[in-house]
Design a binder for this molecule. Structure first.
Ligand code: 5GP
Ligand code: 5GP
Length: 228
């Protein structure tokens, strides 16, 4: 009899351990911190709409902070129980409007974009960053990473000119200390252009790191840096 109780306890313990392993697999290894160049979002066939608050500054804007695995895959939509709640980020309101503007059509106030990013990506790093800290961390990373200045120092400016992909990567590496991943899209004439810059961040959201893995994609060897 005593033996039977022990076996059932053992089974329960094992079941809990399996559950813990399953839950842990919801975790992640690092973040991509992704910024978008508004000129390249806007001059595609799809076009863009300025936010209701007006034309954003001619600067990189935040797209998102995305939990990722070292094997290149990533979790998404991890917690339907954690809806986006704008009142939790009220104190960040002016900074988020300035640094995380929405360019999708129709014109919006940004809430739909931030909600999408929280629901798809932010809910997968809740073990480390709650909703307020998720947005505050992205804003602070934006503050630490002046991409436009790094590029300008190397003579790379958003003037509609063409620059080698290598020169863009090394300008950001020299300015930031870490090698970025550059994502391109194409303008209305089909030219490859600088669309998004990915930097990697440790799983606490506290420091930039070298990327454990880069996304795959295609840019020309020379790409356009459009005006905005
Ligand atoms: P696309 O298919 O346009 O490259 O990406 C669409 C969306 O999928 C992105 O905006 C982002 O939400 C997600 N995504 C694409 N690639 C990655 C990636 O490498 N890591 C993560 N975490 N999300 C990604
Ligand atoms: P992701 O590609 O991150 O999964 O999805 C981006 C979603 O946010 C899309 O539904 C897109 O319409 C919306 N969105 C709103 N504003 C922006 C913006 O300024 N840039 C991008 N890339 N997506 C935006």
């Amino acid at each position: 009899m005593e033996m039977k109780i022990n076996v059932s306890v053992l089974i329960k313990v094992l079941a809990l351990q399996c559950l813990a392993v399953l839950c842990a697999s919801q975790d992640f290894d690092f973040f991509y911190f992704v910024q978008q160049w508004p000129g390249s979002y806007c001059d595609t066939n799809k076009g863009c709409c300025y936010p209701k608050t007006g034309k954003p500054a001619a600067d990189f804007g935040i797209h998102g902070l995305w939990p990722n695995y070292k094997d290149g895959s990533y979790p998404s939509n991890c917690d339907p129980q954690a809806p986006f709640n704008p009142s939790e980020i009220r104190d960040l309101s002016s900074r988020i409007q300035k640094d995380w503007p929405t360019l999708a059509c129709p014109s919006g106030d940004g809430l739909a974009f931030w909600e999408h990013e929280w629901t798809k990506h932010g809910t997968c790093s809740e073990s480390v960053l709650d909703q307020h800290d998720y947005f505050a961390t992205a804003l602070s990373l934006k503050n630490q990473s002046n991409l436009l200045r790094s590029l300008k120092t190397a003579g790379i400016i958003p003037n509609g000119g063409y620059y080698s992909l290598e020169s863009i990567k090394s300008a950001i590496k020299d300015g930031m200390g870490y090698t970025p991943y550059i994502e391109c899209n194409v303008d209305e004439s089909g030219n490859s252009q600088l669309y998004q810059v990915y930097l990697c961040v440790d799983s606490n959201g506290s420091s930039l790191i070298e990327c454990p893995v880069f996304p795959h994609g295609k840019c020309g060897s020379t790409i356009e840096f459009p005006t905005f």
